[in-house]
Design a protein around this ligand. Structure first.
Ligand code: GTP
Ligand code: MG
Length: 324
């Protein structure tokens, strides 16, 4: 089945791509095996895309930006664009980013576009791994630009950064307060900063915000030595803004490539990917072992009664499993 599915997927069948991604997201071991075969094929197929992350607080306009910027890439740059989301919170509220397809009205109508809502299961590491695998399948299907939306309110922007080549941070231009609301960490992660909703911002306020953010960045440690993230504006539907943002992304990528950072980052991501897969395998084989399940049950009594320390119990359980 993976063979046939893969052939349909690379021939541009979006339904096949969606099915393949469902296999990646599945917890069923048989599905996981098929997903693994698909990923192997995609890796060998070796098509690549430029992976761009878009982060920022809820309501800053990420989905709207992706809709207009993605459409611009399709029409002006003749690119095939796929849109993914990393949204760990969607486990709790059943896929909040699902609704975003409706906020990407223009893009979702286009032929050369594939939009996939956030997977709704797993921990952050698991989500990163699944997103990387999904990106590979999208690339095999011929998508040459991947846009990943993530809400920048906690850890998810780090996960996004661990799967993309360039992370863009969207900010609102009503200066001061906004800047303080944004954690320093997320500013440090950004490769490019966009002051969004410029169409509804008075020019002096916008210019002040551009200068404030530029100054703030100046005091932060460089994420990549020699690169100072540019601060640009974006007004809804403004093609000139889209064009300048694209230029900056291209400049950043050529900078990355010329310094060797691009390859370095992808290798670091692949290392993390492997570590994540190992962790998952270890965890599954440990917790699914029937003797271990029994041993954990027995240990609970010792643990609750305070007869042994947590470290002792865990060490014993793992030692018992390793000696099997
Ligand atoms: N005027 C104007 N409104 C915008 C712009 N971008 C987004 N909006 C509006 O802002 C609201 C939020 O936009 P979204 O694109 O859904 O924001 P988001 O960052 O994806 O939000 P979450 O996915 O909930 O985190 C919507 O009502 C949009 O219509 C813009 O550039 N200009
Ligand atoms: Mg959104």
């Amino acid at each position: 089945m993976p063979n046939q599915l893969f052939d349909s997927l690379i021939s541009g069948d979006r339904l096949a791509l969606a099915k393949a991604i469902t296999l990646i997201e599945s917890q069923n071991p048989a599905h996981q095996k098929q997903a693994d075969e698909l990923v192997q094929k995609a890796l060998k197929f070796g098509k690549a895309s430029l992976r761009i992350g878009i982060t920022g607080v809820p309501g800053v306009g990420k989905s709207t930006f992706i809709d207009s910027f993605g459409s611009w890439l399709v029409t002006e740059k003749q690119r095939k664009v796929c849109v993914l989301a990393i949204d760990p919170s969607s486990q709790k509220n059943h896929g909040s980013i699902l609704g975003d397809k409706t906020r990407m009205e223009e893009l979702s109508m286009m032929e050369n576009v594939f939009i996939r809502p956030s997977p709704t299961s797993g921990n952050l590491g698991g989500i990163a791994r699944k997103t990387r695998e999904t990106i590979l399948l999208c690339e095999a299907a011929g998508y040459d630009i991947t846009l990943v939306e993530t809400v920048g309110v906690g850890q998810s922007e780090y996960v996004a950064d661990s799967v993309v080549d360039c992370l863009m941070l969207l900010l609102l231009p009503n200066a001061g307060d906004e800047l303080q609301g944004i954690k320093r960490g997320i500013m440090e992660l950004a490769d490019l900063v966009i002051l969004n909703k410029a169409d509804i911002t008075e020019k002096p306020i916008l210019n002040q915000a551009i200068s404030d953010v530029t100054n703030a960045i100046h005091f932060l440690p460089n994420k990549f030595q020699g690169w100072n993230p540019a601060v640009l504006k974006n007004a809804l539907g403004n093609k000139d803004d889209a064009s300048k943002i694209w230029e900056q992304i291209e400049e950043f990528i050529s900078f990355q490539k010329s310094k060797g950072f691009f390859e370095e980052k992808r290798i670091a991501q692949k290392t993390e990917w492997l570590n994540e897969a190992i962790k998952e395998k270890l965890e599954t084989s440990f917790f699914n072992d029937s003797q271990i399940k029994e041993a954990i049950k027995n240990s609970m009594k010792v643990w609750i009664n305070g007869e042994q320390s947590l470290d002792e119990i865990a060490t014993q359980l793992i030692a018992g499993w390793r000696n099997k």
